[in-house]
Design a protein around this ligand. Structure first.
Ligand code: G3I
Length: 387
């Protein structure tokens, strides 16, 4: 009986060993013949993905340091090294523009009462971190307090009163930031923006135009030059790449120069989109080159939609990314090609977390940095232009 038990146990142990061997062998076999692992094409794809992930982003300001400063429009809240935005600014940008707080209604909402806090904070942050400041804006029909245009009865001011007030404003603002703000948008958006037949030149609904005609533009530049002879003075506008507007801009700047009005440059705002025409941009730059002034791209953003009719999204899709990669590559190649006349490229924001273009349910995602202020695939496309 005892012998039978021992025999039975031996048979059981051998059976277990054989069974385990079969299971182990089977598993090894499955792994070895795994077609996914052995497909050379897929192995290459894996390597490509690794390569993309391994690319280290070079800070924007380093990338373009031999060409032009790279800027961002900011709020005072961003001008703080203890915030993510402040860190992104220090890392990537060599120029900043106040998105709103240097506009007339922010600096002098009530006549004679200046509010400097926000603008001062931006300028101080920029100085501390070796960042240039573009000033925006001295003379505009929008975001300007009513007292600059109308008396207490709502009647347009006389030319003399309005001119005095404009000169006071420009002198006070430019004097405060003399030496700290190296360039100013002296006049913004004075030209009519939609006029395919080219019959209406100026924005005639602007109170400035109603009071002075076009001569307010000349006066503003003269006041600005008087206030800070070393500052670079710009005319700044949008839709500059369209045939109906580019000639108006050209003619305005040419007239100012011909009349010895002190103007140093032309600001092309750059509120474009992913379907923007390369030819239109190049045609305008070719034309503006003839003016002999500096060109600055002052308010660049490229929202991801092909039209206003395209449904909005709050998710950054592969389609958006593919469009933006192509568009940003094309646009920065142009900027490099014209870098002999382009002296600044400024985004109208920092990253996709916030843009003046965002609407509920429809985010614009217009920048090279994402909502976390990290480089997007389009960023790496731009970086590759400089490899
Ligand atoms: O200041 C008020 C604040 O008190 C209030 O709580 C808040 C509520 O919405 O509104 C705040 O004002 C807004 C302001 O931005 C500051 O955020 C205004 O409503 C809003 O109209 C204003 O928009 C600005 C716009 O200019 C005004 O025309 C955008 O931020 C700014 O990006 C945009 O910038 C312009 C350039 O100056 C010139 N070129 C075009 C560009 C885009 O429109």
């Amino acid at each position: 009986m005892e012998r039978l038990k021992i025999l039975y146990n031996r048979i059981l142990v051998r059976f277990c060993i054989i069974a385990l061997s079969i299971i182990t062998f089977s598993c090894d076999s499955i792994e070895e013949v795994d077609p996914v692992v052995n497909d050379p094409k897929d192995q290459d794809d894996d390597k490509d993905e690794e390569k993309d992930e391994e690319i280290v982003a070079i800070p924007l300001k380093e990338l373009f340091k031999d060409y032009f400063p790279i800027g961002a429009a900011i709020t005072p809240h961003h001008a703080d090294a203890n915030t993510d935005h402040g860190q992104a600014l220090i890392k990537h940008f060599s120029s900043v523009t106040a998105e709103n707080v240097m506009k007339p209604d922010a600096l002098q909402r009530n006549k004679g009462v200046y509010t400097w806090d926000g603008a001062d904070k931006i300028v101080q942050f920029a100085k501390t971190n070796n960042i240039q400041v573009r000033g925006h804006v001295l003379t505009w029909h929008s975001q300007t307090p009513n007292w600059m245009f109308y008396d207490q009865d709502g009647v347009l001011l006389s030319k003399e009163v309005a001119l005095d007030q404009l000169e006071d404003h420009i002198t006070a603002v430019m004097s405060r930031y003399k030496g700290d703000v190296y360039a100013w948008d002296v006049v913004n958006e004075a030209l009519f923006d939609w006029d395919p037949n080219g019959e209406i030149i100026y924005r005639e609904d602007s109170p400035w135009y109603k009071m002075f005609g076009e001569s307010y533009i000349d006066s503003a530049f003269v006041f600005a030059h008087r206030a800070d002879p070393n500052a670079k003075l710009f005319y700044n506008d949008y839709n500059s790449i369209f045939s109906w507007k580019r000639y108006k801009i050209y003619n305005l700047v040419k007239r100012l120069k011909d009349n010895n009005i002190p103007i140093d440059g032309l600001g092309i705002q750059g509120h474009w989109f992913v379907g923007t025409s390369e030819e239109n941009i190049r045609t305008s730059l070719d034309l503006f080159r003839g003016l002999g002034v500096e060109i600055q791209i002052t308010e660049l953003d490229l929202p991801v939609y092909l039209s206003n009719e395209e449904p909005g999204s709050t998710v950054y899709t592969e389609t958006f990314s593919a469009r933006q990669k192509e568009a940003y590559k094309m646009i920065f190649q142009i900027f490099l090609d014209y870098s002999d006349i382009i002296t600044n490229v400024t985004f109208w924001g920092i990253g996709d977390d916030a843009s003046w273009l965002d609407k509920p349910g429809r985010k614009a995602f217009p920048f090279l940095l994402d909502e976390e202020l990290q480089p997007k695939p389009a960023y790496f496309e731009v970086q590759k232009l400089l490899d």
